[in-house]
Ligand binder design. Structure first.
Ligand code: FNR
Length: 364
């Protein structure tokens, strides 16, 4: 029996199947970081009746950028393009939430306003690359945020959530995974602060919880999700006690009554499978977070059915396979073969590798 094609709820979202489209940065926005008609086509192609799409990570401020070409939600001029996208998804019977993003230290002065240093909880540099308009740039040394700067960033998350609501989104997801700003505060490898945003686990979780609350204030808890990547190492992340850290975060998010928790398995480093292991992160947090849980990272049809059948998750998000298969829910339901993805067109470019993946012909 298939579990993937049964209905479920995530807060106020009533969904018809459990094949979720994972958030996927594709860097194809227009001038002013505005969403455009090409993006509308891409999302429309991937919408399905009863399906949930999580948008690509969307910066809530210019300071939150690490990847030029990502669409923003930091000014009102960006709302109209998003509205066209949410309308297209709704027309096809789907739901869409926006993933809200601030990269923190995963950036470079070339991508920052006025060529300033990126910001982080502490002045500790990550390994890896962001993308400026000129191409890949190594992450640079960040500046530690002053205590009195933090509330404005929290407010920007709230303002982003409010704009997403005006743009017709069904909810928002806080991007607290993959070593971005909320994750940098949460884990002790990147947070060496001595004030009330650092040190103890309740202090390190403060930023994540404040940002989540700001989104709740704008949208309602039943329309806010949070993405975490326990033990993920992407972005040079580390924690001395990840079980306790992420368990604490999950318990506090549970108490806020959010719509869902979205958990990336540590077998994935950013976008690459590093080990074929069982899903451990969802299993651990399932015992702590009582609401809807979405698992992600390296799933195929069989492993998705397996995690649903043991009850460690309520839905499964698919990333790379959704890039290459606009009709992924149909293909999984009908057990059709999948298109292969082309990594060279993941980040930036035009319609190639974006809207030209074929749907499966069922004419035969
Ligand atoms: C990603 N991923 C990602 N995650 C996230 O939270 N926000 C994002 O914007 C992105 N962007 C992104 C772009 C591209 C091109 C890829 C391939 C991946 C991670 C993604 O959501 C997912 O967790 C991973 O791809 C693992 O799932 P799959 O691909 O094994 O199903």
């Amino acid at each position: 029996m298939s579990h993937l094609f049964t209905p479920f709820r995530a807060g106020s979202l009533s969904l018809g199947h459990r094949v979720v489209m994972a958030p996927l940065t594709r860097m194809r926005s227009s001038a002013g970081d505005r969403p455009n008609a090409l993006m509308r086509e891409y999302y429309s192609q991937r919408a399905s009746k009863g399906g949930l799409i999580i948008s690509e990570a969307t910066p809530i401020s210019r300071q939150g950028y690490g990847y030029a070409g990502a669409p923003g939600i930091y000014d009102d001029g960006q709302i109209e393009g998003w509205r066209a996208i949410t309308d297209a998804v709704h027309e096809r019977g789907g739901s869409i939430v926006m993933q809200l993003w601030h990269v923190g230290r995963q950036s470079h002065p070339d991508i920052q306003p006025n060529g300033e240093a990126p910001v982080a909880p502490s002045a500790l540099q990550a390994e890896g690359y962001g993308y400026s308009t000129k191409g890949a740039v190594p992450f640079s040394m960040p500046r530690a945020l002053e205590r009195n700067e933090i509330s404005a960033i929290v407010a920007a998350f709230g303002a982003g959530a409010a704009r997403a609501k005006v743009a017709g989104f069904d909810g928002v997801e806080i991007h607290a995974a993959n070593g971005y700003l909320p994750d940098q505060f949460l884990q002790d490898g990147t947070n060496h602060r001595a004030d009330d945003y650092g040190g103890s686990i309740d202090n390190r979780a403060r930023f994540l919880l404040e940002v989540t609350q700001a989104a709740i204030d704008a949208f309602g808890a039943d329309r806010v999700g949070v993405r975490l990547s326990p033990s993920g190492t992407y972005g040079s992340m580390s924690d001395s006690d990840p079980q306790t850290t992420f368990g604490y975060a999950a318990a506090r998010l549970d108490a806020l009554g959010i719509a869902y928790l979205h958990v990336v398995e540590p077998r994935i480093r950013g976008t690459e499978l590093i080990a074929e292991t069982e899903p451990v992160a969802a299993r651990h947090l399932r015992g702590i977070f009582r609401g809807t849980l979405i698992a992600a990272g390296g799933f195929d049809r069989n492993s998705a059915e397996a995690i649903l059948s043991v009850g460690d998750a309520d839905a499964v998000a698919f990333g790379r396979n959704f890039i290459a298969n606009p009709d992924l829910p149909d293909r999984l339901r009908l057990r059709l073969p999948l298109n292969a993805y082309d990594r060279s067109t993941f980040y930036g470019g035009d319609a190639r590798g974006y809207t030209d993946y074929p749907i499966h012909s069922r004419a035969a």
